[in-house]
Design a protein around this ligand. Structure first.
Ligand code: FES
Ligand SMILES: [Fe+2]
Length: 440
């Protein structure tokens, strides 16, 4: 990859090509539960902009540029009062649209409150998530209708977590099925899994063959390995503009999931996981060579998280680069390929180990990277078209464009048309009525 293309793909601050593109999409900003009525404002950094978020007495959400428009004191220190935020420096108060309501240090004849606006972004809530739109206010698109964002309370799992590297290398881990057999399951072979189970196939053949396709909304792959006699085992996944993935963590029939890799800035990412609650998986028994037992195969995305009030303080992990992600070299020798505990932390360690922004001029891409190559091209083309011609990818404003894509696994006869089988399963199992009904 050329250096300038890597720069274009990875920079998302104000006035960058990719940043301008991202600002035309709805962005998951906070978990709804994290914003309590009348509670203190919370620091929120998105696309290299420092913001604050708060919920008013009537339940509305404000997301603001953190500098007060009067003399730039931080509204983080502000008071969340009766349907507005009040700067503690001179007491000016703003509603959630940024409209100035009071300027108590001005004389009664002053009209300045009608001339001053705080920079506030548009918000919406759905699926346990506060969404923010930071783009052109005259062209606000629909919220994405992912199935995973339409799950009712009690039937959904919404998690976010800090990843301390650029958004794109973090995202690329989700569209890279080949690492599964090594990073996450390298200590196991097919005999640890019963025939007929997906892991049996992907541990038996660790070199999947890829088919990749452009879609209306991004890219998709089907990666296949031999199944039982006469059958093929497929894993299907999607990239959706501009920073979404749907990875194949279960059968296509039931696997409702969407994950976002939202740039906090160019060196930090907020990872979002929206899905139905993951089923408990039975532990895998290994010959326990050193008495420590098997570690590493769990999906506890919030394990060891903690929160601080700084710009990067939401959903940090106790295991991080400073302690080598808690790697246990003894366990790595015996019962876990990586020695790092948990699938999420294994991905975290590896994608962060590439450097804050990976230098893609140094890579040697291979056939297993086809999906990554196509996705980068798609993103580059979208950002370049938008900056040259001011034309957005068609998906942004098209209602319902996201309906239907599912990621997941299927086992089908070797002479079957995999794309047709995939479409048939989606047609049967995606509840498009629910998805369409959300477009009120
Ligand atoms: S700086 Fe905020 S009111 Fe003066
Ligand atoms: Fe992974």
């Amino acid at each position: 990859m050329r250096k300038q293309d890597n720069e274009l793909l990875t920079r998302t601050g104000p006035d960058t090509a990719m940043g301008n593109l991202f600002r035309n999409y709805w962005i998951p900003a906070m978990k709804s539960d994290d914003l309590e009525v009348d509670a203190a404002p919370i620091r929120l950094r998105l696309l290299s902009e420092n913001l604050i978020a708060f919920r008013t007495t009537s339940g509305k959400v404000g997301i603001f540029e953190h500098h007060c428009p009067h003399r730039c004191a931080s509204l983080f220190y502000g008071r969340n009062e009766e349907d507005g935020i009040r700067c503690v420096y001179h007491g000016w108060k703003f509603d959630v649209t940024g409209q100035c309501l009071e300027t108590p240090t001005e004389t009664a004849d002053s009209d300045i409150k009608n001339q001053v606006h705080a920079t506030a972004y548009i918000t919406q809530e759905r699926g346990g998530v506060v969404w923010v739109y930071m783009g052109d206010k005259d062209a606000v698109p629909n919220l994405p209708n992912f199935e995973a964002n339409l799950l009712p309370e009690g039937a959904r799992w919404v998690v976010c977590g800090l990843r301390e590297c650029n958004w794109l290398q973090a995202l690329e881990g989700d569209i890279d099925t080949a690492h599964l057999s090594f990073l996450h399951l390298g200590a196991l072979d097919e005999n640890h899994f019963p025939p007929g189970s997906p892991a049996h196939y992907f541990q038996k053949d660790k070199a999947p063959k890829f088919e990749v396709h452009e879609t209306d909304y991004g890219t998709m792959y089907g990666a296949h390995r031999p199944g039982d006699e006469g059958n093929i085992y497929w894993r299907i996944a999607h990239f959706l503009m501009p920073f979404w993935t749907m990875p194949p963590g279960g059968p296509l029939q039931t696997n409702i999931i969407a994950r976002a890799w939202v740039p906090i800035d160019d060196e930090n990412t907020m990872f979002w996981h929206l899905s139905a609650p993951l089923p408990e998986r039975p532990p895998i028994q290994l010959a326990d060579k050193k008495g420590k037992g098997l570690v590493g195969i769990h999906f506890k995305l919030e394990a060891n998280q903690y929160h601080t009030s700084d710009w990067l303080g939401r959903s940090r992990y106790k295991n991080n680069a400073a302690n080598d992600y808690g790697i246990d070299r003894e366990v790595q020798e015996s019962d876990s390929y990586s020695g790092i505990d948990g699938v999420h932390m294994q991905d975290q360690a590896i994608t962060e180990s590439m450097g804050k922004v990976v230098d893609r001029t140094q890579e040697h891409l291979a056939s297993s990277d086809k999906m990554i190559i196509m996705t980068r091209r798609r993103l580059l083309a979208a950002a370049q078209t938008f900056s040259k011609d001011n034309v957005l990818p068609e998906d942004v404003h098209k209602p319902g464009i996201f309906n239907g894509p599912r990621a997941g696994e299927m086992i089908i006869p070797e002479d079957a048309d995999w794309l047709q089988e995939y479409k048939d399963i989606c047609q049967e199992h995606v509840n498009t009525e629910t998805v369409n009904a959300s477009e009120e």
